[in-house]
Design a protein around this ligand. Sequence first.
Ligand SMILES: [Zn+2]
Ligand SMILES: [Zn+2]
Length: 131
Amino acid sequence: MNSKRYSRQRELIYETLIHTTEHPTAEMVYHWLKPENPSLSLGTVYRNLKLLADDGRIARMAFPVERYDANITPHPHFRCDRCGAVYDIDLPYEKDIDRAAEEASGHQIRVHEVLCRGVCVKCRKEETRSS
Ligand SMILES: [Zn+2]
Ligand SMILES: [Zn+2]
């Protein structure tokens, strides 16, 4: 395995992200880079995006897969970085954020979603038990 080649691809992927505001998926990055880099594989893109995110050089959007919720009233969510569990957070909806976002962007805001991330109650308990 040639690690130099892999780090070069990682920098290429990083450069691509710097020059876009599209918040691309791994597939999008792959399709952008593939024509100029025939040896690039989708797996390499996934792996390098993950490494960049783990290093804190890029941000990972919080919902990696589509989630479904029967509660259609907008409400904040919490997602555990350890186990991936998603919980509701019982807080009132902040209409002020919609208004402020509309003023700041000119977009018509219908709803905003709040996602908190961290370590869930269950994982925290397991942590204290094992330490
Ligand atoms: Zn957890
Ligand atoms: Zn929910």
